[in-house]
Structure formats: C-alpha cells, structure tokens
Design a protein around this ligand. Structure first.
Ligand code: PHE
Length: 348
C-alpha cells in the first residue's frame, strides 16, 4: 500500500473513531494516539525519506491535509461534547423563577420613631435645625432656665426622677429651648429648631400614662414673630399627620415658659368635628402645648426680649400614634411585641 493510501486509511479510521466517541477523555486519547509523536501519521511522515523528490511534496501536502482534517474533527467533537456537558449542567441546575421566594424577616423603625421621622422631615423642609439633647439633664435647664425656680408650684405638674438634687431625667424636651437660645447667634438670623427625644415622669403606668414617653419640641425666635405664625405652623403639622381638611384651635392654658400659653386642639379626624367617642363628643382633640416664649426665658439666656421673640411648642408622638392608629393603651408601644409593632409600616 502506498503512503497516500495509508494516510487515507488512517484518516478514515481516525474520523470514524472520533465520530463514535462520546467522551472527552476518549477524544483526548484519540488525539494522542493519531497525532502524537509516536502516532502512525508521524511514522508515515518519517517514511517520506524514501520517496522521490517529485513525490515528497505531494505526500507531504496530503499528510498535512490529513492531520488538519483529524485535528478539526477532534476539536469540533470536543467543543460539541463540552457544550453538551454545559447544557446538561444548566438543565440540572435550572431555577424556576416563578416559584415564591423565601421571605427574609426585615426590621422597621418603631411606630413612634416613624412619626418622629415624619415630623422632623417636615420641619427640616421648613428650614429648622435638629437639636438632640441628653435624657439626663440639669435641673438648671429642665426647670430654672424655663422660668421655674426651685420653689415654683408648677414643678408639681411634672413629677420628676432625680439622679442627684441637681441632675434629673428630663421631664420634657423643653430644656433644649434654653440650651439653643444660649448658643444661637442671632446676628446670623432667627433660631428655628426641633428637638425630638425621650422624656421621663414619675407616673404610674396605665393605659394613658407611661413613665417614659416621647416629645418633639419646636422653637422659633426672631424678629416680628407672632401667634399667627405659631398657629400656621401647627396647622401644617396637623395636616401632615392627619390630612388636609383638619383645623387647629388654640385654647388658653398655662406653662411657665410661655406667655400667653395655649393648648392646641385639632378637628377630630374620626368624626370630622361632628362628635364621637374618641373626641368625647366635642369634635376636637387636644394634641399639644405651646405658646409665645416668656420674656424671662429670653432674658435668662441673654436674648433681648425687646428685640426678639417667638413661639415654642411641645407635642407628644405617642399620643399622635395612638390617635392616628386607634391604639388604646400606650403601654403597647413599649412592650416590644413584634406582632403588635409590625402592623405599622408607613413606607411598606
Ligand atoms: N414642655 C411642655 C410639656 O411637657 C409642653 C410645651 C412645650 C408647652 C413648649 C409650651 C411650649 O407639657
């Protein structure tokens, strides 16, 4: 048999073996066997020395063709098998994206924190700065600087947890009024601040009292600030929390650090003023204390009451949350029962 026929036969044999194999290792074996240094093709090529100078290039060219054919067939088979392997794997790992997912329990801000965040955002939008005070406060700021000297009878309005005779758990966020008044540089413009946080009173816990609750304090001091500004501000707050149609009504009240002092009522969101159990048939719900800052408070903080004046208010997010969601017992907010707390999610 001539070299050419031998090569042709080897090609047929190789192609048949490649075609028949379905295994990547086997393909590799065929490659080594047919095309390797010790393989039959190399051997045939070695025999070319005996050929005439005329025949040598022809056979050489043919041998190259055979080698290329086999190489191509092997590569084609290899990529076919590799692709099949990947396909099988993908098929095996296929995900049904329409199956319901596993829900991961997710936390959320406490309902009272949600109300505080909403209020604080509203005030930031109106150009107020946010001032965070300490829960452990000096008697000096919690009372004295707010026009409540040591013997003042109104101190009894707020039963106090004392840490030492001069240090206490703040009974209100109002000490931040005094602190901010002292710090503020009025040559740079008016003071507009909100101060949210926890406060403490020596109350016996019941459905409407908690020894620890929250307040959001607000204060605006500048030139030419009137009670109409206070009322307009409170209207914005009420409407943000309870909806556009609500009105605000101011009733005279008493706080040592404001004069005049008021209690603010909003239209009952439940009956819209017609009278129901929630508003005790009055059509109004009391939501906060406020007033025009007392000149003594300004004087004590070295702010001239002849030039500057303004208003302050203190509202209770706990009460707002109870009203908004119809919660009847304030203690529910503090018992950390997630079944209760996860019911309130403004953003979700
Ligand atoms: N600090 C008062 C309270 O706790 C509320 C208040 C704040 C009243 C600011 C007037 C001005 O009852």
């Amino acid at each position: 048999m001539g070299l050419k026929d031998k090569l042709d036969q080897l090609r047929q044999q190789g192609l048949t073996e490649v075609k028949a194999s379905s295994d990547l290792n086997k393909i590799n074996d065929i490659r080594v066997k047919m095309l390797g240094k010790k393989g039959p093709i190399t051997e045939v090529l070695r025999g070319m020395r005996e050929l005439s100078a005329e025949e040598r290039p022809k056979i050489g060219q043919f041998a190259n063709e055979v080698r290329d054919d086999l190489t191509n067939a092997i590569e084609a088979k290899r990529s076919e098998l590799e692709q099949a392997k990947i396909n099988a794997q993908l098929e095996h790992e296929k995900l049904d994206v329409t199956l319901p997912g596993n829900t991961v329990p997710q936390g959320q801000p406490h309902v009272i924190q949600q109300i505080i965040d909403q209020l604080v955002d509203l005030f930031i939008g109106m150009g107020y700065e946010v001032a965070i005070g300490d829960e452990v406060e000096e008697d000096h700021y919690n009372f004295e600087m707010l026009n409540l000297p040591k013997d003042h009878p109104a101190r009894d309005m707020q039963d106090t947890f004392y840490v030492t005779p001069e240090i206490l758990m703040r009974t209100q966020t109002s000490p931040m009024q005094a602190r901010m008044l002292e710090q503020h540089d009025f040559t740079k413009g008016p003071l507009k601040m909100v101060s949210p946080g926890k406060v403490y009173r020596r109350d016996t816990d019941d459905a409407t009292h908690s020894h620890q609750f929250h307040q959001v304090e607000g204060m605006v001091i500048g030139k030419h600030i009137t009670m109409a500004d206070l009322k307009g501000t409170l209207e914005v707050v009420a409407q943000e929390l309870f909806g556009d149609e609500l009105d605000v009504r101011l009733r005279p009240s008493y706080f040592p650090f404001t004069e005049p002092s008021v209690e603010a009522d909003i239209t009952c969101f439940n009956c819209h003023g017609r009278g129901c159990a929630i508003c005790k048939q009055t059509g109004w719900i009391e939501v906060l204390g406020a007033g025009m800052t007392h000149p003594n408070v300004l004087k004590m903080a070295s702010v001239d009451p002849e030039v500057y004046g303004g208003f302050a208010f203190g509202l209770g997010p706990d009460r707002f949350a109870m009203l908004k969601y119809g919660v009847e017992d304030i203690r529910d907010f503090y018992q950390n029962d997630v079944r209760f707390l996860t019911q309130f999610n403004q953003k979700g």
